[in-house]
Design a protein around this ligand. Structure first.
Ligand code: PLP
Length: 425
């Protein structure tokens, strides 16, 4: 029954029932974890063959590079070909690097702070007031951690089902030259699963900005991570930016962390030729070249872009049932009460759950006491501050499916109990 139309007596009765259920949950001595947005062991097993590649005597890439040696800061051309297609940049506007795209995002930010971008009048750190980034939220906590780490002020903008609220963004960047960048996850965003529409993408790359060196960190981490049959076509965001007269505005990122091995994949960075030269100039001070043997084994493992898509279909077979289960439990346990909304993503790694305002932290804390670890309330917002205290990020991929069912049922009990507390308050 809809909690919002219950009388106080009905709510109290419901609360008493939920309290009993919660006590039983606590007594079960659970130790479950729904925080980890990482592949489960069976997903990692899909790529086990990588461990035997490239194999003894097999160290030359198709372009003739001896991958055992130093050099090649841009990475192997044949692998860039594959991911240039999948990320919509084309092979000549992407570089293949080491295992973490986050590291590239971090480094680009530090390079800009210390030395400025090709379009900067001075280093970002020398700007006459503290610089700022727009942060569509709910969003990815590790993005916000990078900007927070370097004292970049974060401005929350709403993340809508078709992408960041572009009107809010355009208004903010038009007059404030200290706004130097924004975070965007364009496909199956973390945690909402929302994807940026072409219309919003065009508006973001075209909007006039007071800062000539404004950058969009277009983190396409889930470009091919679909839960439905069709892999989405990536927006040709670099072309759109160039057409709009801002060829240097966009940094594209991707990686194979959630395709092959989260700890041993290959990361990619795509951008304009000028930005790539600038980046590789800096990167080549830090390294005499990325791990090309890992790139070669990925190349051999996939073969081509279709090889990646076929591999992702195998992931889908393992994780789609987990997402379905979570959505089913949410509907069964929370649907009628109308105390929550949640996203129904067609890809990515997360479900975003919004509970009644003011009850997310309480729900997470109740779950914790019952032995169910949830991502901290607020984590999906800059400074870990969810102004409405309502968003909870659910990560269904890692736990085995029976544990997932127990954990989600428990979370639902906690959300319902927290809702009765709030409504009776
Ligand atoms: N970007 C997003 C949006 C993510 O959700 C994640 C991991 O959860 C990453 C990047 C991490 O990528 P990488 O492993 O390439 O550093």
């Amino acid at each position: 029954m809809n909690f919002h139309s219950m009388s106080a007596d009905q709510l109290r009765d419901t609360q008493a029932d939920l309290q009993k259920r919660y006590e039983a949950l606590c007594a079960a001595g659970l130790s479950l974890n729904l925080t980890r947005g990482k592949p489960a062991p069976d997903q990692l097993d899909l790529s086990e063959e990588l461990l035997a590649l490239p194999g003894v005597g097999n160290h030359t890439s198709p372009d003739g590079t001896d991958c055992r040696n130093y050099g090649g800061v841009a990475g192997l051309p044949a692998l860039r070909e594959i991911f240039g297609e999948l990320l919509g940049t084309g092979a000549d506007r992407i570089v293949a690097q080491n295992n973490a795209s986050l590291q590239i995002m971090h480094d680009l930010t530090v390079f800009a702070l210390l030395g400025g971008t090709p379009d900067s009048e001075h280093p970002w750190s020398k700007h006459d007031s503290p610089i700022k980034f727009l942060c569509p939220a709910p969003g990815y906590d590790r993005h916000f951690a990078i900007t927070e780490q370097y004292g970049i002020e974060m401005i929350t903008v709403p993340m809508n089902p078709d992408g960041p609220d572009v009107e809010a963004c355009a208004e903010l960047v038009a007059d404030d030259p200290s706004i130097k960048g924004m975070w965007v996850v364009p496909t199956y965003s973390n945690p909402t699963g929302y994807s940026v529409s072409e219309e919003v993408a065009r508006a973001l790359v075209a909007m006039p900005t007071a800062a000539p060196d404004f950058r969009i960190y277009w983190d396409n981490a889930y470009a091919v991570h679909t839960l439905v049959e069709e892999t989405p076509t990536p927006l040709p965001i670099l072309d759109l930016a160039a057409e709009a007269g801002h060829p240097n505005r966009v940094y594209v990122f991707g990686s194979t962390s959630k395709i092959t091995f989260a700890g041993g994949g290959v990361a990619f960075f795509g951008s304009s030729p000028e930005n790539l030269d600038w980046y590789t100039g800096h990167a080549s001070i830090a390294t005499i070249g990325p791990d090309k043997l890992n790139q070669l084994r990925h190349l051999q493992f996939f073969g081509d872009a279709d090889g990646v898509r076929a591999h992702m279909a195998r992931h889908r077979a393992l994780i789609a049932p987990k997402f379905e289960l979570v959505l089913q439990i949410l509907e069964d346990r929370l649907g009628a009460s109308k105390i929550a909304h949640w996203t129904e993503p067609e890809g990515g790694y997360f479900i975003s759950l919004d509970v009644i305002d003011g009850t997310a932290a309480r729900t997470v804390s109740l779950a914790k006491q019952a032995g169910i670890a949830l991502t901290g309330a607020g984590a999906t917002f800059p400074y870990k501050n969810d102004p409405h205290d309502r968003n909870i990020r659910l990560a269904p991929t890692f736990p085995p499916i029976d544990e997932l069912a127990t954990a989600m049922d428990g979370v639902a009990t906690c959300a319902l109990l927290a809702a009765t507390e709030k409504l009776l308050d």
